[in-house]
Write a protein that binds this ligand. Structure first.
Ligand code: EPU
Length: 438
């Protein structure tokens, strides 16, 4: 397990580039399976999730070439075949993406074996919506000790789906299954994140017929065959916002090349309200503190798009430890996403977590046993400490806290950050951080 030694207390400054979104690229790779033709995806970051999905696709006979220097993936799914349970099982716990192979594999092969899922430990992360949806399409789903097995002996039939919560994954599951199902699918309660709209764009390029209506309704007219696609992935708005918060927390000045205003409107409003400033150009956003250098407290609720993303919350909380007054952050997407605050407290932050829904709406987690609201009292100086990375976004925020803190910190388990941040170490060095991998 790698340990990052951070000599903190220096503002980050300089320029970095973000490429395609971690939460789109692996899904577009899965979409390629829906056709027998070759597809090409550009602006692909070199991150662990791309590696995991490449291996899974390889097991099913898809040839994948990744030209890392230019970020282009070529996917050749002409000869798709089933993978053995043992082979698939080797990828258990590695990512959330395998569940999205269900629809494409059922269309191509009539059966699928999906390993138990991984991903960050930020709540229960059930797959009940996925299973219920697949059954509605006519799939037979059987739970196995090591995952699930699916069959569709009679093919899949378009259906009406209503999601109890606008889940990103379950919306993608529905899309990837509906595009080649017989007849029409109507999805209500859909998630409409920009990454989902980009997946819709990929599927449309492949020949799918999808209309996105008002009020979270998506209609899909199934087609018999799809062709390959050629697509440039939308930029990673989570990574862009992470570096923006790093600039805020360390009092630095970071230009994020590739960051796109349209996908980050909600973040940019919050960034400005807490005392940040930014300049937007054609292909970059420059982030820094406002002219007085002071940060202001805020009341914030995470939510599905177009709300403030749950994945934007953690590095911003680090910046809020430096803001004047009491900030309230209510996490409404995941029930257990404040685990990372324990390390911040050890570094000197004053953060209290609560089971109650603080700050506004009652959410699904209110009056239950989940610490899903946080009150941050600032400003508090942070001092270096030895800390363990809990998950991807929490891990990034730990590194930001170490960079903002005075003195030396040792952050262990930083490898997990490579799941979602391309060239993480190189970027830190480019931003003049005093860091060393041990
Ligand atoms: N949920 C259920 N049942 C389901 C599916 C979801 O109860 O069958 C619940 C979840 O437990 C959660 C909520 O619905 O409370 C939202 O989950 P969602 O399905 O939207 O999340 P996901 O598809 O598993 C993706 C991203 C996450 C991001 C969320 C929300 C990927 C690979 N992951 O997860 O990204 O936080 O959407 O935007 O796209 C990250 O990048 O660090 C990350 C965790």
């Amino acid at each position: 397990m790698s340990v990052l030694r951070v000599n903190g207390g220096r503002p980050l400054h300089g320029e970095i580039t973000v490429r395609g979104a971690k939460n789109l690229v692996p899904k577009a790779m899965v979409a390629s399976l829906l056709s027998a033709e070759t597809s090409q995806l550009a602006s692909v970051p070199d991150i662990r999730d791309v590696e995991v999905v490449t291996k899974l696709l390889n097991l099913h006979g898809v040839e994948v070439d990744f030209n890392k220097s230019v970020g282009v993936l070529t996917l050749r799914p002409a000869e798709v075949h089933a993978a053995s349970v043992e082979e698939v099982d080797q990828h258990a716990g590695s990512s959330r993406i395998p569940i999205l192979l269900c629809g494409p594999l059922l269309h191509r092969l009539g059966k699928a074996v999906i390993p138990n899922l991984g991903g960050c430990d930020i709540g229960g992360r059930p797959i009940d919506f996925h299973i219920a949806t697949l059954r509605k399409f006519g799939a037979e789903v059987e739970k196995l000790p090591h995952g699930i097995e699916l069959r569709a002996p009679n093919g899949l039939e378009g259906t009406k789906v209503e999601l109890p919560y606008p889940s990103v994954g379950a919306t993608e599951q529905t899309l990837l299954t509906a595009v080649r199902a017989r007849g029409i699918t109507e999805l209500r309660g859909a998630a409409v994140e920009p990454e989902i709209m980009d997946l819709v764009a990929v599927l449309q390029k492949m020949g799918a017929i999808i209309s996105v209506d008002t009020d979270r309704v998506i209609r899909v007219e199934g087609v018999e065959e799809l062709r390959g696609f050629n697509h440039v992935a939308l930029p990673d708005r989570i990574e862009a916002a992470s570096w923006a918060s790093a600039a805020l927390a360390t009092g630095g000045d970071i230009t994020v090349r590739g960051a796109r205003q349209a996908d980050m409107m909600t973040f940019l409003n919050v960034f400005r309200k807490v005392g940040g400033d930014f300049d937007i150009t054609e292909d970059a956003i420059r982030f820094r503190r406002g002219s007085d250098g002071d940060l202001r407290s805020i009341v914030l609720e995470t939510n599905v798009h177009p709300g403030f993303m749950t994945d934007w919350q953690q590095p911003l909380v680090v910046a809020l430890t430096q803001a004047e007054g009491l900030s309230i952050v209510h996490e409404t997407v995941y029930e257990n996403r404040f685990g990372f605050t324990e390390a911040l407290r050890r570094m000197g932050a004053k953060i209290q977590v609560y089971r109650e829904c603080l700050g506004g709406l009652q959410c699904r987690f209110g009056a239950r046993n989940f610490y899903h609201s946080a009150v941050i009292s600032g400003p508090t100086p942070l001092t270096g400490a030895d800390i363990d990375v809990p998950d991807l976004r929490g891990g990034f925020s730990h590194v930001v806290a170490a960079l903002a803190a005075s003195g030396v910190s040792h952050v262990s388990g930083v490898d997990i950050i490579n799941r979602g941040y391309e060239n993480f170490m190189e970027k830190l060095v480019a931003l003049d951080a005093d860091v060393e991998l041990q």
